[in-house]
Design a protein around this ligand. Structure first.
Ligand SMILES: Nc1ncnc2c1ncn2[C@@H]1O[C@H](COP(=O)(O)OP(=O)(O)OP(=O)(O)O)[C@@H](O)[C@H]1O
Ligand SMILES: [Mg+2]
Length: 239
């Protein structure tokens, strides 16, 4: 585990405005936030409070309207689309609520996908894919298609896909939202391991207080700004 805890993600006055005709929607408004390297943070808040928007900005999927966003030494707000795509392939793993696996590809092929953006031979790819499937305990399902897997197994394949390129930052948008309690616990256990044993930085959006309690720090968004932060020791008060 990484104990250095230097700032990793830095948002200063981070603002996102969507414009449609003369209508403006401002899902993020002047957000200030620092997340340390190696932290496990959960992001909670009412529907529409800007959680997914923030995750999309952190992933470089959506563009920053104004303010600063630095991740490590990368000035994310000022990178071109092309730079963002390459940076994302190396630095970010994304896990969605609805898994987003490609239905016509096997578990193995789904996990291999991000590596196709890397300059990597087939043998090394195979080693990486099998190691990622081993981490999520699904080596025996490598040749199965998503429809042949349970929801929990699909989400574990999605986690394998998110970690296969060994990115330092994992972003998860309601990763347990569609799962029963047992599958959700398994997914949260995996995230715990990736955080504790592998030193990954994790930002997880969730509506579930039990899922959020796995994080060291709970951030609460309201109307596009940080309403409050709760550290792990204080978490019981919220449950
Ligand atoms: N591409 C878009 N164009 C216009 N408005 C958008 C777009 N994406 C999000 N919004 C708006 O921004 C606001 C914040 O949306 P966001 O998806 O970030 O909320 P959320 O906190 O993730 O909510 P939920 O808990 O329901 O997932 C909402 O009012 C939403 O309608
Ligand atoms: Mg959302």
């Amino acid at each position: 585990m990484n104990n250095t805890r230097e700032p990793f993600i830095r948002c200063t006055g981070l603002t996102k405005i969507y414009r449609k005709g003369d209508q403006e929607i401002i899902p993020l408004s002047g957000l200030n936030l620092v997340i340390e390297r190696g932290a496990f943070v959960s992001l909670m808040g009412p529907s529409g409070s800007g959680k997914t928007t923030l995750l999309n900005l952190l992933a470089g999927i959506d563009s920053v309207t104004s303010g600063e966003l630095w991740i490590g030494t990368n000035d994310v707000a000022r990178m071109s689309r092309r730079q963002l795509a390459s940076w994302r392939a190396h630095e970010i793993g994304i896990i969605f609520q609805s898994y987003n696996l490609v239905p016509v590809l096997t578990a193995y092929e789904n996990v291999e996908l991000p590596l196709l953006l890397h300059n990597m031979g087939k043998k090394e790819r195979a080693e990486r894919v099998m190691a990622a499937l081993e981490t999520v305990a699904l080596v025996d399902r490598a040749d199965h298609f998503p429809r042949q897997l349970s929801g929990g197994q699909e989400q574990r394949v999605a986690i394998a896909r998110a970690i296969v390129a060994d990115p330092p930052l994992l972003l998860a948008d309601e990763p347990t939202g569609d799962l029963d309690r047992a599958s959700a616990d398994m997914v949260l256990g995996l995230l715990d391991t990736l955080h504790r044993a592998r030193g990954r930085t994790i930002v997880m959006v969730t509506h579930d207080p039990l899922a959020a309690s796995h994080a060291e720090r709970q951030l609460h968004l309201e109307k596009g700004t940080l309403a409050r932060t709760v550290r792990h020791g204080d978490a019981e008060a919220l449950l």
